[in-house]
Ligand binder design. Structure first.
Ligand SMILES: Nc1ncnc2c1ncn2[C@@H]1O[C@H](COP(=O)(O)OP(=O)(O)OP(=O)(O)O)[C@@H](O)[C@H]1O
Ligand SMILES: [Mg+2]
Length: 509
């Protein structure tokens, strides 16, 4: 390599080693990024993707290894150095300042100046530029709105828009489409393509939506257990081969065969309404049945789940669990009534970051696991351990803090937490988002076990394949109403999309 790397690579990481207590997160990783390429970084949960990125961004210091930017060796001691070098990052976890408005967040630390000497920010310019950036995503948001009041999806879009500047050499996106719906994903890919072709900007792209690899990627590097398994041209690697490199073995059957549900009712809701959000929703789920609910962003899936679980109040409507009418004024009541809700927004609502895996698991189950007010610790340990095994959560121990886990492993802990809640009805909001391919299969298997125990599952998902493969029936929502119900095996993905959009013409499929 030597001097030739100067022309060849925007960024070259050599022999990077990063250790955490009990974990060798990066084991002599080499990683090279060419100018103007989209380089996909792939690997299972905990493989080391985010860690590698954080070493490049200066968020972590490597224990060993070197980093070259356009052939020059650079010592990235802090995030500031990385920004100076023209590197931009969108982290897996949200990193906006909640109290500032959208526009200010987008230009934090890079404000256009009226007078640099006097430190005067050019506010007019700042708001104008922020508006332009958001328009690329066809997002119409009030730039003065405080970020803390936005939905997770909207916050993500603000972050993405912020990073996508032409001032960058390299833009790194760690699971950006995790929370994005189809239209916003296409907008994002479009912007990436343009920045790549017109400005020669390079991208590192991390995702567990494996189909995206061939859609946006030029090359792909696969990490496995902290090691670089190989770098390939996307064209030379078909989907199956790519997955096999990633998991280091043959891909097993992903979805279980669903057994026939019982005739007894697990959940019935009648005429649920909430002004402007839900319009007279009625549905039934049998014991041992999965009802899949799909629809575009804003169709009301999450709102439906939250309303049933008691997280949001209702204007009208009735809820029955096992034929008994219940009132869920809040999620705790919901759990007492046998309804557990796995929220879409895991990091914020799902887990306490500063607590261990074990105590997070215990939260919804404390009543159940207590005798005369005392928690039965051995039972708790046993159960928590069992779920960690079943879902193969990668962690040194159950006492590991949740914040030390990789993104996907945190998701698994939330799933385990609610699986363990022994509910009669489970509401899953995007159950496998951010989870790797084996983890997904394991979650589906546990769902199957729950069905055998007579649990009814309401699965809210924007992943149409998941809806098709893992539901007995599928409901499509549009603007707060149910617009279509399909039986298992009846629809294709395109049928669902067509219903979700609500028009036949002009559908991109
Ligand atoms: N701050 C930390 N403290 C301790 N261990 C950590 C820390 N950050 C990461 N790890 C560990 O390093 C390993 C790699 O984690 P990393 O977050 O890089 O995985 P990832 O490939 O991004 O996974 P995912 O797809 O789940 O996001 C994991 O075993 C993780 O638990
Ligand atoms: Mg990660």
């Amino acid at each position: 390599m030597g001097s030739s790397s100067k022309d060849q690579y925007v960024v070259e990481m050599k022999n990077i080693v990063k250790k955490f207590p009990g974990v060798l997160a990066l084991d002599h990783v080499n990683f090279q990024i060419r100018p103007g390429e989209v380089h996909v970084l792939l690997g299972e949960n905990g493989a080391g993707k985010s860690t590698l990125i954080k070493v490049l961004s200066g968020a972590y210091l490597a224990d060993e290894g070197e980093i070259y930017i356009e052939g020059q060796k650079v010592d990235i001691k802090s995030p500031h150095t990385a920004i100076e070098q023209g590197l931009r990052f969108i982290y897996q976890e949200l990193s906006l300042v909640k109290d500032l408005d959208i526009a200010r967040n987008m230009f934090l630390g890079m404000e256009p100046m009226r007078s640099a000497r006097l430190g005067l920010v050019d506010w007019t310019k700042l708001y104008a530029q922020a508006g332009e950036l958001l328009q690329r995503f066809h997002i119409d948001l009030d730039l003065h709105k405080t970020v803390g009041r936005l939905s997770v999806t909207q916050q993500k879009i603000v972050e993405i828009a912020r990073a996508l500047t032409t001032q960058a050499k390299l833009i790194v996106l760690d699971e950006p489409t995790d929370v994005l719906e189809d239209q916003s994903r296409h907008d994002l890919f479009e912007v990436i393509r343009r920045l790549k072709l017109e400005h020669g900007i390079s991208f590192v792209y991390i995702s567990h939506r494996y189909r995206e690899v061939h859609e946006v990627g030029d090359r792909v590097t696969i990490l496995r257990d902290g090691q670089n398994e190989g770098t390939y041209d996307v064209k030379e690697l078909d989907f199956d081969a790519m997955i096999e490199h990633m998991i280091g073995g043959q891909l097993k059957k992903q979805y279980p065969d669903l057994t026939t549900p019982s005739q007894d009712e697990a959940l019935r809701v009648e005429n649920l309404s909430r002004k402007g959000v839900l319009n007279g929703i009625s549905l039934t789920i049998k014991k041992g049945e999965i009802l899949g609910v799909t629809g575009l962003m804003g169709a009301g899936k999450t709102e439906l789940g939250r309303a049933i679980a008691g997280a949001d109040s209702l204007d009208s409507g009735d809820i029955y669990v096992h034929g008994q009418k219940v009132k869920c004024a809040n999620p705790e009541r919901g759990i007492k009534n046998g309804i557990a809700y796995l929220p879409e927004d895991r990091k914020v609502l799902g887990l306490i970051q500063a607590h261990s895996i074990r105590s997070n698991y215990a939260l919804p189950s404390l009543d159940r696991l207590s005798v005369a007010g005392l928690v039965q610790h051995h039972r708790l340990d046993q159960e928590a351990q069992e779920y960690m095994m079943k879902l193969s959560v990668k962690a040194p121990s159950m006492n590991t803090y949740v914040r030390q886990l990789s993104g996907g492993n945190q998701q698994k802990v939330v799933v385990a937490k609610w699986l363990g809640a022994h509910a009669k009805v489970l509401i899953f909001d995007e159950p496998t988002r951010g989870i790797d391919i084996n983890g997904k299969r394991e979650i589906y298997r546990v769902m199957e076990e729950l069905l055998e125990q007579g649990v009814g599952i309401l699965m809210l998902t924007s992943d149409y394949t998941e809806a098709l493969e893992m539901s007995h029936r599928i409901i499509v929502m549009r603007r707060g109403s149910i617009c279509k119900e399909f039986k298992r095996g009846e629809p294709q993905e395109t049928d669902i999309l067509r219903e979700a959009i609500g028009e036949v013409d002009g559908v991109k499929v």
